[in-house]
Design a binder for this molecule. Structure first.
Ligand SMILES: *Cc1c(COP(=O)(O)O)cnc(C)c1O
Length: 399
């Protein structure tokens, strides 16, 4: 019996996929972006359930991620979005993985490798229009056209760009990026480069610009049941497939005034019950990315929170769900233990609580249960950081 585990509801992922396709412009299709182990949900499991929904296009960041999908029976298109290197290309070509090309000198080497293997390599061109990350910018389009002419083994399947401010709904900036993209395509076509597939939308752009859906949209965030920001939340009915749970492993009744945890940051305001769960920052719990304040109001909030902490008042702290009620974390989260102030709620050893564990930060060693049709179909454990034990479940409903 695990004291800490994650449940991933694959039916919720499928539901989200159907929500997305229901508002997709005719003629376009969804490329499922399952990079970063599908934002922590599990790339193999999510891709397999999307296959069942008819999804035929997948994208990841690295060749290694693409190979994991291939080894696990994903036979559809897999596009590598990020930069890759010549040492990985033979394997990518053999496994029919599409590469993104975004540097001129790669074309010469890739052509040489494909020629030696005697196979065509399908690629997508990435163009840089305002993200400032990877891609060909407009000043080298002539050279790009020439290089592609001299590379008969390289087949350009598509051309894409990535929007930097779609989630902020900065329509002016997004339009400028789009217009740059369009003018680069026009120039390439004049140079005789034939491109069959156009795609520009991530989740945010997909929701705001149906006219930009073109041949494909690249969706990650929405599949996982999240919106790019809460301003989009009315646009689709999404379900969150992710639940992290912990069991109570220690209970203690204490009197008013009891201090809790490192630095005694928490002090019980009444007689109460303290329950301990076995989760901490070694599991990725309570580790928040350091945000840059987005404007003066955000900055003010951070200052107020810190001033309140001087009087041991914890403002805006995330709560934990126990028996349908929201309860407080008492004090600082530890390495592998966290204390909860359950007040006068009845609690027993072994009771389950739901915890706000971020999917992208959750330690991969945590037990995973994948659910489909309300049954557990698969368990995933990674031991010692490298050994992966996957157990297929058939009929089990219990954890
Ligand atoms: C991550 C990524 C996406 C998906 O973005 P979401 O906003 O999560 O849907 C699309 N395109 C590229 C190039 C990406 O890197």
């Amino acid at each position: 019996m695990a004291d800490l585990w994650v449940e991933v509801d694959l039916d919720a992922v499928k539901h989200n996929y159907r929500q997305i396709t229901s508002v997709l412009t005719t003629g376009s299709k969804v490329m499922a972006v399952v990079k970063g182990d599908c934002y922590g949900l599990g790339a193999v499991e999510v891709s397999k359930s999307l296959q069942e929904e008819g999804c035929k296009d997948f994208a990841v960041t690295t060749v290694d991620e693409a190979l994991v999908l291939r080894e696990n029976g994903i036979e559809e298109t897999i596009l590598v979005l990020g930069p890759s290197g010549p040492q990985e290309w033979p394997k990518a070509i053999e496994n029919k993985i599409q590469l993104t090309v975004s540097q001129l000198d790669w074309i010469l080497i890739l052509e040489k490798i494909a020629n030696e293997i005697g196979a065509e390599v399908k690629v997508q061109l990435k163009v840089e229009t305002g993200m400032g990350r990877t891609g060909f910018n407009e000043t080298i389009i002539e050279d790009l056209g020439k290089a592609l002419h001299n590379a008969p083994h390289i087949v350009v399947e598509g051309i894409y760009t990535h929007f930097a401010r779609a989630a902020q709904r900065d329509h002016t900036y997004t339009r400028i990026q789009h217009d740059k993209y369009q003018s680069i395509i026009n120039r390439l076509e004049e140079l005789g480069v034939n491109i069959s597939q156009k795609h520009v939308c991530n989740s945010a752009a997909f929701l705001d610009y149906p006219q930009y859906h073109y041949d494909m949209v690249r969706i990650g965030t929405l599949l996982g049941g999240h919106f790019p920001t809460i301003s989009f939340r009315d646009k689709l009915d999404l379900r969150d497939p992710w639940k992290a749970k912990a069991r109570i492993v220690h209970i203690q009744k204490v009197t008013k005034g009891t201090f809790v945890g490192y630095q005694s940051i928490y002090k019980a305001k009444t007689d109460t019950t303290l329950a301990v769960i076995a989760v901490g920052y070694a599991d990725g719990f309570g580790v928040e990315p350091r945000f840059i304040p987005q404007g003066i109001i955000d900055l003010a909030k951070i200052i107020i929170k810190n001033i309140a902490a001087l009087w041991r008042i914890q403002l805006g702290q995330e709560r934990i769900i126990f028996k349908g009620k929201s309860i407080r974390i008492a004090g600082k989260v530890g390495m592998q233990l966290t204390v909860l102030d359950v007040g006068d709620l009845e609690c027993s050893l072994g009771d389950e609580v739901e915890i706000p564990l971020r999917r992208t930060l959750a330690n991969p060693r945590i037990f995973r249960f994948y659910k489909k049709n309300k049954k557990i179909i698969r368990m995933r454990i990674i031991k010692e950081g490298f050994l992966s034990v996957n157990t297929e479940y058939s009929n089990s409903t219990n954890i």
